[in-house]
Design a protein around this ligand. Structure first.
Ligand SMILES: *[C@@H]1O[C@H](CO)[C@@H](O)[C@H](O)[C@H]1NC(C)=O
Ligand SMILES: *[C@@H]1O[C@H](CO)[C@@H](O)[C@H](O)[C@H]1NC(C)=O
Ligand SMILES: *[C@@H]1O[C@H](CO)[C@@H](O)[C@H](O)[C@H]1NC(C)=O
Ligand SMILES: *[C@@H]1O[C@H](CO)[C@@H](O)[C@H](O)[C@H]1NC(C)=O
Ligand SMILES: *[C@@H]1O[C@H](CO)[C@@H](O)[C@H](O)[C@H]1NC(C)=O
Length: 408
């Protein structure tokens, strides 16, 4: 009799937790994860992160759970951070002739440090600049830097926080990513680029033939024109290698105004859903970026976007290094100089170091995030609830039969 009663207790005990659990949405956690930190009704599976920066905060505190168009969910997780004293250790210095025909002398690593064209301030701010101390004879090229990350990326979320970006008459800086192999087979993405005293940043893509902008996509900038018409063709081998581009709407996105308000953040997102660029002046940087858990779905329409519809972002872009450079005159700053409103000629401009005091990158950090799919879905498994109700009922009936048979 007693043993029969304990059987009853066991049967009820077995089923009780199931009943409670299933009265909410279904639990489906995988082992070995900070899964407990997620809402209990999420089924998740996260690969070990190769390099965690910052120390991975409890995932529960992350609000940046995103949804792909196909319904799958993902997070942007920290992958690489370029900042402070180690910033330049992870970049290669390019010291060949400028492929864009700039009147520039790109110096190697040791020369760049010796001439103080690159250094890291005590407060961790990274400085990269053109020579602004040397008078030059007319026709002599000005020293400057072009660096390229050793790491290569295929997709990612790239977030650059900077106090100043270079500008000024005759100056042509860029922050961009570039694929390996013969240009432009694996693509080029220009995130910050401009010349002279421009105030609007120009985002651009250069690809092999077959990639075009989708003009009806949601972005706030204006498509760069060619012969009075929006140029949608991103093919870098035609139209003087111009590719396709979008000029940012904001006057604070490049040049004097960007610098005067303390700079800000540029973010470039590249995944299977397309490539997009956002810029935020300092006072408008979203909190999720400052917190290190970026959530592009909360940032509104980007300044510029290349939709997957007419350009597969995984077909036309691959294995990109991150590049910073500052060149002078050349294909863009030289050819546009006469109509820019800048004084004299670009060659004359180059001789006086005082003309290049604003040709400086001042960088707080460059952070790269990788897309981490969360396998599984948020489910409301009413079938499981029904199943467990059945087994509970079945168990109870069994117990009652057992008790009755024990009495008889
Ligand atoms: C997940 O469960 C929690 C309570 O456990 C609930 O507050 C939340 O709304 C659920 N999430 C979804 C997506 O249903
Ligand atoms: C652009 O955004 C609007 C409003 O969010 C949306 O209705 C529309 O479908 C979007 N267009 C494209 C091409 O994504
Ligand atoms: C990208 O790099 C990987 C590894 O080096 C290589 O296997 C792959 O073929 C490259 N992709 C392209 C499109 O060059
Ligand atoms: C550099 O920037 C300062 C501050 O905006 C400005 O007054 C000065 O004219 C600029 N110099 C050059 C050479 O562009
Ligand atoms: C789960 O599904 C059941 C049955 O379809 C429904 O009655 C219930 O409201 C759902 N719960 C939630 C939280 O969506």
């Amino acid at each position: 009799m007693l043993s029969k009663l304990s059987l009853l207790a066991a049967a009820v005990g077995l089923h009780m937790p199931l009943c409670t659990a299933n009265s909410r949405l279904r639990l489906g956690q995988q082992p070995g994860l900070a899964a407990s930190a997620y809402p209990a009704n999420l089924s998740i599976q996260v690969d070990p992160t190769p390099r965690a920066w910052p120390p991975l905060s409890p995932i529960a505190k992350r609000s940046n759970l995103n949804t792909n168009p196909d319904g799958s969910t993902f997070l942007w997780l920290p992958q690489d951070e370029y900042a402070g004293k180690t910033f330049f250790d992870r970049f290669q210095f390019f010291s060949d002739k400028d492929p864009t025909n700039g009147h520039v002398n790109y110096v190697d690593r040791s020369t760049a440090f010796a001439k103080q064209l690159v250094y890291v301030r005590d407060d961790g701010v990274v400085i990269m600049k053109g020579d602004d101390t040397t008078w030059l004879d007319k026709g002599v090229y000005r020293d400057s830097v072009r660096i390229s990350s050793y790491a290569q990326y295929t997709t990612g979320l790239f977030i650059l926080d900077l106090n100043r970006a270079p500008w000024g008459c005759g100056t042509w800086p860029a922050f961009w990513t570039l694929g390996n192999g013969a240009w432009p087979t694996t693509g080029e993405i220009d995130i910050i680029e401009g010349v002279h005293d421009n105030e609007h940043n120009q985002v651009a893509w250069h690809t092999r033939a077959g990639c075009t902008l989708t003009p009806e996509a949601n972005f706030t900038g204006n498509i760069v024109q060619l012969n009075g018409q929006d140029n949608l063709d991103c093919n870098g081998l035609v139209n003087q290698n111009s590719g396709c581009g979008i000029i940012e709407w904001s006057r604070a996105s490049y040049g004097p105004y960007f610098d005067s308000i303390g700079g800000g953040v540029f973010a470039m997102k590249w995944d299977e859903n397309g490539i997009a660029v956002w810029s935020f002046y300092r006072a408008a940087i979203p909190k999720d970026i400052l917190d290190g858990s970026p959530d592009p779905s909360q940032w509104g329409a980007p300044s510029a976007a290349l939709e997957p519809k007419n350009c597969d972002p995984l077909q036309f872009f691959a294995n990109h290094s991150i590049v910073f450079d500052i060149t002078f005159c050349g294909d863009w700053a030289g050819n546009s100089y006469a109509t820019s409103g800048c004084p004299g000629t670009c060659e004359d401009r180059l001789t006086d170091p005082g003309n290049f005091v604003n040709a400086t990158w001042s960088i707080n950090s460059l952070k790269v995030y990788r897309k981490q799919l969360i396998k599984g879905r948020i489910t409301n498994d009413s079938a499981a609830v029904a199943r467990n109700k059945f087994w509970t009922l079945y168990g109870c009936v069994l117990v009652i039969i057992t008790i009755l048979s024990a009495w008889t």
